[in-house]
Design a protein around this ligand. Sequence first.
Ligand SMILES: NC(=O)c1ccc[n+]([C@@H]2O[C@H](COP(=O)([O-])OP(=O)(O)OC[C@H]3O[C@@H](n4cnc5c(N)ncnc54)[C@H](O)[C@@H]3O)[C@@H](O)[C@H]2O)c1
Length: 260
Amino acid sequence: MSLKGRVTVVTGGARGIGLALARGAAELGSDIAVIDVLEKPSEAFGDFEKELGVRARYYRFVPLSGTSVTDPTGLTGSFETIVKDFGQIDNCVTAAGIVHDKPFLDTTWEEGAHILEVNVMGTMMSAQLAAKQMRAQKTGGSIVMIASVSAGTALQTQRLNIYAASKGAVKSLCVQLAVELAPLGIRVNTVSPGFIATEMTKGLAVTRPELLAVFKSPPLGRIGDRADLKGVVGYLLSDAAAYTTGTDVLVTGGVHAGLL
Ligand SMILES: NC(=O)c1ccc[n+]([C@@H]2O[C@H](COP(=O)([O-])OP(=O)(O)OC[C@H]3O[C@@H](n4cnc5c(N)ncnc54)[C@H](O)[C@@H]3O)[C@@H](O)[C@H]2O)c1
């Protein structure tokens, strides 16, 4: 499971799950390029170079619209700069995403379109830019897209409607890309987390504190830690998963296996 000599791009890696996955790839020896909209990454990003001895750069992506990874020109520019800085792209993890927990009947067109734009179009565009570079290199590569347990399971306690649909789209995109990109030696898989303690889940619980109890109630008896996702994503990025593509891996503490 080594990623030595590889370059991994992580979207949404300034904090949360993306940051943990970037760290996981760095622990396996990969150089790291993080793309995010936040002004700067969490302090822990600095540890990658200091502690782990890999190269790590942060690319702040400021979309024209002010809100979305879906400014294709800007995102293309970020990937071009990464190739200039690192010389190659071997892996891509798409963790940039936003959530929506609001009754379906109150959800507006604009809110729905914004969720789809970031979670689906942003994922599509990032995967495409990474795959184009992998094709140019003729090296193949691995793409892991972060979906969600909500793509296949509805919880009575949440109103995830269009968010869940966006993650369903990410899973569908994965199986299509797995087949379309296989001749180029590019593997594509999704990881579907359950409840993971991040700013996203914290934000949801601010307006609905009753969710805190739900988040702690998976069969394994606790909310997930971001580090719970590192192993499976590292595996999917590495040659240990050379024969694995078009797969979704659920990491939920058992949420998807039982009823909440
Ligand atoms: N936390 C959970 O319980 C959970 C569960 C299932 C799936 N997920 C998914 O995991 C991914 C990461 O979520 P998280 O919990 O770490 O959330 P988070 O809010 O802590 O982190 C998301 C990161 O994505 C970045 N981002 C948002 N919009 C962006 C854009 N337009 N362009 C570039 N970067 C952007 C944010 O700035 C942030 O750094 C998301 O796709 C989310 O849907 C999270």
